[in-house]
Design a protein. Structure first.
Lengths: 305, 366
């Protein structure tokens, strides 16, 4: 039974929702629909995308831009790279965050340590990318290296390495992933640390008395107990990493095998609106399932309280 | 199975002294209870033994083994926590099996021990459940079960009953006592509840402000408390204390409280002789003050007249709150008592069971 006071007729609830609905429509619903319709148009949006078709070449009609987004060589490279970004940086950030959370929990100077780890989050991603670009910098052919990493290598008697323009594409990507992990580990640490603090001390003590080593306490008690939070952090990181742009744009601009979806989208935003929008829709389509998982997990976690 | 030795153990947290010079030998198979008000260091004493706190000074032995630097996992102890501290992500079975699995006990052996412990505690039908699906009493049993299956040298229990409702607490109290007899292992039990301490312990260690007040059997703590604190802490309702003067009259010694004068029996008088003319603390338990009409025969009764302030009928007895002068005290009387609020009543004090304490040191005069 709904209490009488809550029965407010047909109109009143909608009235309360009005503000939110207007904002949602203007800033989310309309742009989404517009993006989708534009993705079916050509370069300038003047005609249907099928106008871009070349006779004798494969053509997907009005979905021509999607044909590009899903079959073009560079787009395939971007998709491959995004997949690798997910596979490697998500465990990387969550793992590093978890490690920092567990370790800082055990030291007296916890707050300082955590602040230091979290600090990169406060730097703009573009700024951080520039910092790291200097660290990776290669003075081609010169003996003196001003890039920190190469300077160290040379000082130790090694040969300087092309960290961002390496002929081996995986090296360039690894360099970028390290920057990403450096940037995001602090964020993961903060959330996971809060979750760890929620594990009652007595339970940890009970497991120690039961015979668990610190390692076993972590794997058998702590981790399973904060698993819901780990999942939420991981899915959040998947979403973030799918959208990765700034680091790639600033440091390599997608060259030497480092292309990602968002960078492709940005490249076409002026020159080929249709393609750009199709890539945007593809990105949304990839993110939505993760988003749904994330929200579901979050609700489960809330229900557990 | 092992004895426990605390050898001059100290524990400081910064400037705060939590445990001060704790020095006890606990025999194998003993049920020792640490009891005292909150903040008296009883839990800390237990946690020092468990290895959950570091010892500041002194030594602790389990059996013959010095355990100061032994981590909890290697001390062969099992502990039951106040919050039960069950692993929420594991079933009851897994909770109980956890310690054994860590020790790589064979599967069949684990299964046998878990089922056996579950049978002892009557929780066989709960083995597949998660802790969240259990009631408080059931969780408590699982926590006990988790300790039992380990077959440890010592059982440590930190206020395991305080989260249970009154009825369940009494029931579980008896069950833990039975468990102790059955398992024949050393039990060390922490509680703030003197009733729990009295009913369960083979010996009780009374603590206050980190200092041991008295270690003795329940009977001795009740009958021969060493000081005012122990006398007041053990027994419910608590012992009545009066500020009195020891006076001599015709060769006999009396305690004089201004509104009353009671004759001391010879053996008490002998101990009190050095205090003639001085003030002492006189203690009499409520159960040793009777309505004169229903006074039991054969006791050395001394009369006292007081005004009834409040009466509480408990069923088989009545708690009568009495006033002598401005001093309130409690008597437990026969339910047939004619005590009426505001009226005067004649009561008698059983002088065989009274206690005298030095006013300055608060120590018993014997």
């Amino acid at each position: 039974m709904v209490p009488k006071i809550m029965k407010q007729g047909r109109f009143t609830p909608w009235f309360y929702l009005l503000g939110a609905l207007v904002i949602m429509t203007v800033f989310i619903v309309y742009p989404t629909i517009r993006t989708f319709t534009l993705s079916l148009r050509d370069k300038t949006g003047a005609n249907w995308a099928s106008a871009d078709c070349v006779r004798g070449q494969p053509c997907w009609g009005i979905f021509e831009n999607y044909r590009y987004a899903l079959t073009d060589k560079e787009m395939l490279e971007a998709l491959r790279n995004n997949a690798l970004w997910i596979l490697l940086t998500v465990p990387g950030t969550v793992g590093a965050g978890l490690m920092f959370a567990v370790l800082t929990d055990r030291v007296r100077y916890e707050r300082i340590a955590k602040t230091i780890v979290f600090l990169p989050m406060a730097i703009s991603f573009v700024g951080a990318s520039i910092i790291w670009k200097f660290i990776y910098y290669l003075e081609a052919g010169a003996r003196s290296q001003i890039g920190l990493l190469n300077a160290i290598i040379v000082a130790l008697g090694g040969e300087p390495v092309a960290w961002l323009t390496n002929p081996k594409w995986i090296v360039n990507n690894i360099s970028l992933w390290i920057v990403w992990i450096w940037l995001w580990a602090g964020f993961c640490m903060t959330i996971l640390s809060a979750a760890l603090k929620g594990v009652p001390t007595e339970i940890l003590e009970a497991s120690r008395v039961d015979g668990a080593s610190e390692w076993q306490v972590f794997w058998r008690i702590m981790l399973p107990m904060i698993l819901p939070t780990v999942t939420v952090v991981a899915t959040t990181m998947v979403i973030n990493v799918l959208k990765v742009f700034d680091i790639v744009f600033v440091m390599t601009n997608g060259l030497n095998g480092t292309e990602v979806i968002a960078n492709r989208m940005f490249k076409f935003i002026v020159t080929n609106q249709g393609r750009s929008m199709a890539i945007a829709v593809l990105l949304i389509a990839l993110i939505i399932p993760v988003m749904i998982i994330n929200i579901r997990r979050f609700r489960e976690q809330e229900a557990m309280r | 199975m092992a004895s426990i030795t605390y050898e001059h153990v100290w524990k400081r947290f910064g400037d705060v002294i939590a445990v001060q010079d704790l020095d006890i030998f606990i025999e194998d198979k003993e049920f020792l209870v640490f009891v005292g008000p909150s903040g008296c260091g009883k839990s800390t004493s237990l946690r020092l033994l468990a290895g959950l706190e570091e010892i500041t000074e002194g030594k602790i032995y389990i059996g013959d083994r010095l355990v100061n630097d032994v981590p909890p996992k290697d001390r062969n102890i099992a502990m039951v926590f106040q919050s039960y501290a069950l692993y929420p992500h594991m079933s009851v079975y897994d909770n109980m099996a956890f310690g054994l699995r860590l020790r790589k006990t064979p599967k069949a052996e684990i299964d046998r021990r878990v089922k056996e412990a579950a049978a002892i505690l009557g929780i066989e039908n709960l083995l597949d459940r998660k802790p969240k699906q259990l009631s408080g009493g059931q969780r408590q049993r699982v926590a006990l079960g988790r300790a039992i299956v380990r077959e440890p040298a010592v059982f440590l229990m930190d206020e395991p009953l305080s989260n249970l409702d009154a009825k369940l607490r009494v029931q579980t109290r008896a069950e833990i006592s039975k468990l102790h007899q059955r398992l024949e292992t050393t039990f060390i039990y922490v509680t703030h509840d003197q009733t729990e301490a009295m009913t369960m312990g083979t010996r009780i260690c009374v603590l206050k402000d980190g200092i041991v007040q008295q270690v003795d059997t329940p009977q001795n703590l009740y009958e021969r408390p060493d000081n005012v604190f122990v006398a007041g802490f053990i027994g419910s309702p608590a012992m009545n204390f009066f500020d009195v003067t020891v006076v001599e009259q015709d060769g006999d010694l009396y305690v004089d409280g201004g509104t009353f004068r009671l004759k001391l029996p010879p053996e008490k008088a002998q101990a009190a002789r050095p205090y003639v003319g001085k003030q002492v603390v006189f203690g009499a338990r409520p159960e040793d003050i009777h309505d004169r009409e229903f006074s039991p025969p054969g006791i050395r009764a001394e009369p006292l007249t007081a005004t009834v302030d409040v009466t509480e009928l408990m069923g088989k007895e009545v708690y009568v709150y009495l006033l002598t002068g401005k001093k309130q005290f409690i008597a437990i009387t026969d339910p047939r008592t004619r005590a009426r609020v505001g009226r005067e009543i004649d009561v008698v004090v059983n002088m065989d069971n009274i206690h005298l304490f030095d006013r300055d040191t608060e120590r018993a005069i014997r």
